[in-house]
Design a protein around this ligand. Structure first.
Ligand code: Z5A
Length: 236
């Protein structure tokens, strides 16, 4: 018990920076919009760091290669979910938590909701198992704001294909899944948003890059930047 308490204290430093995550299906524009957010924060002279999942820290990037190659798929959905959580623990401990404690904003391209949506979408994992993984991987950490970019799956596919010049060989383990799987992901994200409206906002990603960026920035201004200091600092 003592060890758990000590570990939990170590993994929950006082938070001063804000934690913003971007979620959604493949090709929805997460990476593009993460860059826009970082640029605007830096223009305001707010210290900000961009990161991504799976990955974000050197050891988590090693796990990313394994997960996206598809080599971990044979282990089954539970083991795959555990590997995503293992990567997240390292990422949180080495990069996200220290940055937040130093007062830096963290903008993360995918985070824990991706596990809920993607590994949950296999239909082969008990939601209690995924919640237990969250408790282990996140401790008390939750994003201040999660932007869910919502795009019809056909449109998302077309964007990704155009970017790859339709080279099917470049598809990762999840991009190789069919349209039905990606439709399930889209619905999973909308359910997460409905369950947690205080944390999540759904943005229609069908607009131009500039239109989507404006909608996201209006949300960040309202929900994160205008929050009273006492609410945006998450220390005990
Ligand atoms: N995964 C998981 O299963 N469990 C987990 O816990 C985690 C992840 C964390 C990681 O892939 C895979 O791992 C992911 C889920 C799984 N698989 N899938 N599918 P990733 O994050 O590296 O890849 P991705 O999400 O598929 O990223 P992406 O394809 O790069 O999508 P994006 O970042 O949302 O889109 P983008 O790169 O910003 O834009 C895509 C293209 O569209 C690009 O050419 C842009 O110039 C263009 N674009 C962007 N915005 C627009 C607008 N508004 N209009 C038109 N064109 C646009």
């Amino acid at each position: 018990m003592t060890i758990v308490a000590q570990d939990s204290q170590m993994r929950s430093p006082v938070r001063r920076g804000a934690f913003i995550t971007l979620e959604g299906g493949e090709g929805a524009g997460k990476s593009t919009q993460a860059r826009h957010i970082l640029q605007r924060l830096r223009e305001m002279r707010i210290a900000a760091v961009g990161t991504r999942e799976p990955g974000g820290s050197p050891d988590a990037e090693t796990l990313r290669k394994l997960l996206l190659s598809g080599d971990a798929e044979a282990l089954g959905p539970a083991a795959e979910a555990i590997l995503f959580a293992a990567a997240r623990i390292d990422h949180v401990d080495k990069k996200i938590a220290p940055a937040l404690a130093a007062g830096t904003f963290v903008v993360c391209d995918r985070f824990a909701d991706s596990t809920r949506a993607y590994q949950g979408a296999t239909g082969r994992l008990d939601p209690r198992f995924l919640r237990a993984l969250d408790r282990v991987a996140l401790d008390e950490l939750r994003p201040d704001l999660t932007v869910i970019l919502d795009l019809p799956v056909e449109e998302a596919r077309a964007r990704s294909a155009a970017r790859r010049n339709d080279n099917l060989g470049d598809r990762d383990r999840f991009e190789r899944e069919g349209l039905g799987f990606h439709q399930t992901i889209r619905e999973a994200y909308l359910s997460i948003a409905a369950e947690e409206p205080g944390r999540c906002v759904v943005i229609d990603a069908r607009g131009t890059e500039a239109e989507v960026s404006r909608a996201i920035w209006a949300t960040i201004s309202r929900r994160v930047l205008r929050k009273p200091a006492a609410e945006s600092a998450h220390g005990p």
